[in-house]
Design a protein around this ligand. Structure first.
Ligand SMILES: O=C(O)C(=O)C[C@H](O)[C@H](O)COP(=O)(O)O
Length: 221
């Protein structure tokens, strides 16, 4: 790395900390129908979660985020499944509060350094953490958490890299969340368990609120 390589400013780490420390759980949402966006977000807010990640996996995801932004300004809005710089830029224009990637390329790390919108970069290995670390990153999403060794793996990451803090997602449930949240290097967990596809398809908003409340009561911030 040359001496002119720009590093992630501490202010960006602080902004991400403020978001991740405000909640113990970040719901990861897939919105397939635009008219589901606001009632789904409302169901989660009613259950006590207001930091939401909307994945860019569906055609209506960007418009869904716009609608949530307008209808529920109190929500801290994250864009997930951001796979490239172009998508990152779209999210910046939309005014989201943070961007999450499932895995992270050098171009995404680079873009996150200059962006006004903080990046929670997805990593799966220690080498990927170190790649981000070299650029100043200290906060990461660990994905897919359960398939990559779960809480045991994250505990081991803490040996050489105690300052790196994580939001594990992928296979996290209301039960195994406890193992992650007990670790000193876990800020919060992410998951879709409180808004599974079947319940969203059925528009079972009250049940989603119930599952969310169960989670927030068990893991209050
Ligand atoms: O696509 C992305 O960028 C993601 O954010 C991946 C999600 O975090 C996981 O798919 C959530 O995992 P589950 O809770 O097991 O459904």
């Amino acid at each position: 790395m040359s001496s002119t390589t720009r590093l992630l400013p501490q202010a960006q780490i602080d902004r991400l900390d403020a978001i991740c420390r405000a909640t113990s759980i970040i719901p990861v949402l897939v919105i397939e129908r635009l008219d589901h966006a606001v009632p789904l977000a409302q169901a989660l807010v009613d259950g006590g979660l207001d930091v939401l990640e909307i994945t860019l996996r569906t055609d209506c995801a960007v418009e869904a985020m716009q609608r949530i932004r307008e209808a529920l300004p109190e929500v801290t809005l994250g864009a997930g499944t951001v796979l490239g710089v172009e998508q990152y830029r779209i999210c910046e224009e939309l005014g989201v509060d943070f961007v999450v990637t499932p895995g992270t390329t050098p171009a995404l790390f680079e873009h996150g350094i200059a962006s006004e919108v903080p990046l929670l970069p997805g990593v799966a290995t220690v080498s990927e953490v170190v790649t981000g670390w070299e650029r100043g990153y200290r906060r990461f999403k660990f994905f897919p958490a359960e398939a990559n060794g779960g809480a045991k793996a994250l505990k081991s990451f803490g040996g050489p890299l105690p300052e790196a803090l994580f939001c594990p997602t992928g296979g996290v449930t209301v039960d195994n969340a406890a193992d992650y949240l007990a670790l000193p290097n876990v800020m919060c967990v992410g998951g879709s368990w409180m808004a599974p596809k079947a319940l969203v398809d059925q528009e079972a908003w009250a049940e989603i609120t119930r599952l969310t409340r169960e989670a927030t009561q068990r893991y209050p911030r």
